[in-house]
Design a protein around this ligand. Structure first.
Ligand code: ADP
Length: 191
């Protein structure tokens, strides 16, 4: 299996690049942000709990997102691979993912980390907020909080995957096609 962690701060372009990767490599796209927004749209208890955190730009508790990923992995055991987008976001999530994948006998292949300057992230998120209606993309202080949460709780995962020799930093500035080309180049080198 080809199991990719697509990594980076909010606004780095993970969702956009995931679209390209799933079509090129027939992978299952697992975005915890999308899964949480579907729960909110469905009005489930889990969705209501998650919304309170998301609206503030805080992380949803680990057990909630880990449970969602576990269900999706179980349901897609015969996939060609997975692309994890927005997950893991904490060290405990990364450890849980290793345990779950170990059970399926298929480890993470690579962690591809999109690197984008802070001002560009803020500009991209504010412009997305104008079209998407996402409340967390419309308020500069919530966006700043999400970037701080990324720096404090999520960016340490770079070390976690470096230790496993799976980390690849990618320049996330430039055109969508150029960035996609950079990702592809690294993926083709795996195996
Ligand atoms: P972005 O990467 O642009 O912030 P996402 O759609 O990935 O957007 O995430 C939106 C929000 O959903 C996050 O700010 C957070 O509240 C919640 N969320 C998504 N994934 C996770 C996760 N793995 N752990 C905790 N919270 C998460």
């Amino acid at each position: 299996m080809l199991n990719i962690v697509l990594f980076g701060p909010p606004g780095a372009g993970k969702g956009t690049q995931a679209e390209f990767l799933i079509s090129s490599y027939e992978l299952i796209h697992l975005s915890t942000g999308d899964l949480l927004r579907s729960e909110i749209a469905a009005g489930s208890g889990l969705g209501m709990e998650a919304k309170a955190y998301m609206d503030k730009g805080e992380l949803v508790p680990d057990e909630v997102v880990i449970g969602m990923i576990e269900n999706k992995l179980e349901a897609n055991k015969n996939a060609k691979g997975f692309i994890f987008d927005g997950f893991p976001r904490t060290t405990d999530q990364a450890k849980a993912l290793d345990v779950l994948l170990n059970r399926l006998g298929t480890p993470i292949t690579a962690m591809l980390s999109l690197e984008v300057e802070k001002q560009e992230l803020i500009d991209r998120l504010l412009s997305r907020g104008k079209n998407s209606g996402r409340a967390d993309d419309q308020d500069k202080s919530i966006i700043e909080n999400r970037i701080s949460v990324y720096n404090e709780k999520t960016s340490p995962l770079i070390e976690y995957y470096k230790k496993q020799d799976k980390y690849y930093g990618i320049d996330g500035m430039g055109s969508i096609e150029d960035i996609a080309g950079r990702l592809k180049e690294i993926i083709e080198k795996q195996n």
